[in-house]
Design a protein around this ligand. Structure first.
Ligand code: ADP
Length: 176
């Protein structure tokens, strides 16, 4: 029997370059300008091509904790959801709520776009300095919560770049 309190979507960790994933939507850890940057943002802009930047220029940026969606252009992914994670300032500057909002809002936009498979990078844990061991359980719990609401999404992938991040997510997801 289907238990309504359990999301039907599966959550999975993998170690990969997110720009290579043939999913309905990948999430970009962008900055408020939405005009590209380093890390995963730079990799996504390079792989998607110049058309992405042209469209991003029309979006008027994005607030921290919010997200905006574009096409995937040259990526194998159909859509890119650009979200802006918080910069880590020690943990007392609303970072957790803002990071949770990134996951929720990204899944909301993914559901609006009828995406069934969505891949996230480890938002805020690179240049923005959010401790991975705090960000990972928050990412998983936020995604689980949002998936109860956005039932069209079937699979959420936590796309880890490093072996350490992959092992962290795999361990947390195995705990259920
Ligand atoms: P932020 O500014 O939000 O911290 P970063 O891009 O600096 O964003 O880092 C976020 C995470 O993205 C880090 O875990 C980093 O290792 C990872 N990352 C960098 N390049 C890629 C990529 N091509 N695919 C997936 N993850 C990536």
């Amino acid at each position: 029997m289907h238990n309504a309190s359990q999301p039907r979507a599966t959550l999975r960790a993998l170690q990969a370059d997110i720009t290579t994933l043939p999913v309905d939507a990948i999430v970009n850890a962008a900055n408020t300008s939405l005009l590209g940057g380093g890390g995963v943002d730079g990799a996504i802009h390079r792989a998607a091509g110049a058309e992405l930047l042209a469209v991003c220029r029309t979006l008027n940026g994005c607030q921290t904790g919010d997200a905006k969606i574009t096409a995937g252009f040259r990526l194998p992914a159909r859509h890119i959801i650009h979200t802006v994670g918080p910069i880590w300032r020690g943990g007392k500057a609303n970072e957790a709520a803002l990071l949770a909002a990134c996951y929720r809002r990204s899944l909301e936009l993914a559901a609006d776009a009828k995406a069934k498979t969505v891949a996230f990078p480890c938002i805020s844990t690179g240049v923005y300095g959010y401790p991975p061991e705090l960000a990972a359980p928050l990412a998983i719990n936020s995604a689980r919560d949002a998936l109860k609401e956005f039932s069209g999404i079937q699979e959420v992938l936590f796309c880890c770049f490093s072996r350490e991040d992959f092992e962290l997510y795999a361990r947390l997801l195995a705990q259920g």
